[in-house]
Design a protein around this ligand. Structure first.
Ligand SMILES: [Zn+2]
Length: 309
């Protein structure tokens, strides 16, 4: 059984919405604090010196007028960007971001479906500059635990996996998580199974921004929590934030490459949709990758709209 937790709320400008799934906040036991918060240039309820300045102590990031701040935030933010973290677990992801010079992410989504919010959404986290360098100003980010191609021995140049890290157990695949990482999950003894498997080989393979990305799927627990997070952000922003993912009307599918209207798109999209590395110093990105089930999000949002109307 998972450790008991009271909180199911996410927070923007001090305002909370219950999303019906466990969320560990930065100020709760077991929480993670964003290692490098920044101010958003479109928001004015903080000292503008914090905008792109070196990190101050976490507790100095105070919002002057939370009501005005939320109104400004609604104007400034219109994208929720999905990432895979190329890590074993969210604890691992936090370690990596902490050691980076300036990076962070508003949310981590762990293998067992636990969400971690690392700071109030008023703040900016440096997660994805996008091809115009303004990606973080308009976005909220979630880093979802998944090793992507690093789980395949053949392609694991970062962690040097000796064997594929997903192994078949009967009909299901299972992530072979080293104990040191497994012990960081909130749900003791949790085993990560991909929500879907592709054919006999298990992993999915599709071309994204010019690269073939081979990876196993996210877990069922991650999809369920992610859908609740998307709906929660939509509700927190009083509907200013549409429950919409990119859709190609000709194919009826979500395209995987960088979008032409990546800066103006309003809704939920992937890092790869906003960043193909066309600007100097900006890397090409592929997340949330070939296994991510965009159709599931579309169907969940349609069901939400049906129930709401
Ligand atoms: Zn990313």
């Amino acid at each position: 059984m998972p450790k008991p937790i009271a909180n199911q709320c996410i927070v923007a400008c001090g305002r909370t919405v219950d999303i019906g799934t466990p969320v560990v906040l930065w100020n709760q036991p077991g929480g993670y604090r964003c290692p490098h918060p920044r101010g958003r240039s479109g928001c004015h309820q903080h000292d503008p010196e914090w905008n792109d300045a070196p990190t101050h102590p976490f507790d100095t990031y105070q919002i002057a007028n939370t009501e005005h701040a939320l109104e400004e935030l609604k104007q400034a933010v219109h994208q929720l960007i999905l990432h895979y973290d190329v890590c074993y677990t969210s604890h691992h992801c936090h370690d990596v971001l902490q050691q980076s010079a300036a990076m962070g992410s508003h949310f981590y989504l762990d293998l067992d479906g636990t969400l971690y919010q690392t700071c109030d959404l008023y703040w900016k986290t440096n997660t994805a500059p996008a091809d115009d360098g303004k990606g973080n100003e308009r976005s909220i980010h979630v880093e979802m635990a998944n090793l992507s191609w690093q789980a395949r021995a053949e392609e694991s140049d970062l962690y040097h996996a000796k064997q594929d890290l997903y192994v078949r157990h009967g009909k299901r695949w299972r992530l072979q998580l080293p104990d040191a990482y497994r012990n960081t999950l909130r749900t003791p003894g949790f085993h990560a199974h991909p929500a879907r498997a592709h054919g006999e080989r298990g992993y999915f393979s599709r071309r994204i921004n010019g690269r073939i990305v081979r990876m196993w799927d996210f877990t069922e627990e991650q999809y369920q929590a992610l859908i609740r997070l998307c709906i929660g952000v939509h509700e927190l922003f009083d509907g200013h934030f549409p429950l919409k993912v990119p859709l190609d009307k000709n194919t009826g599918r979500t395209p995987l490459d960088r979008l032409r209207n990546f800066a103006s798109f309003r809704g939920i999209l992937g890092h790869a949709h906003v960043q193909a590395g066309t600007a100097p110093g900006v890397k090409c990105k592929y997340d949330p990758g070939s296994a991510f089930d965009w159709g599931r999000l579309r169907r969940a949002f349609e069901a939400y709209r049906r129930n709401a109307s």
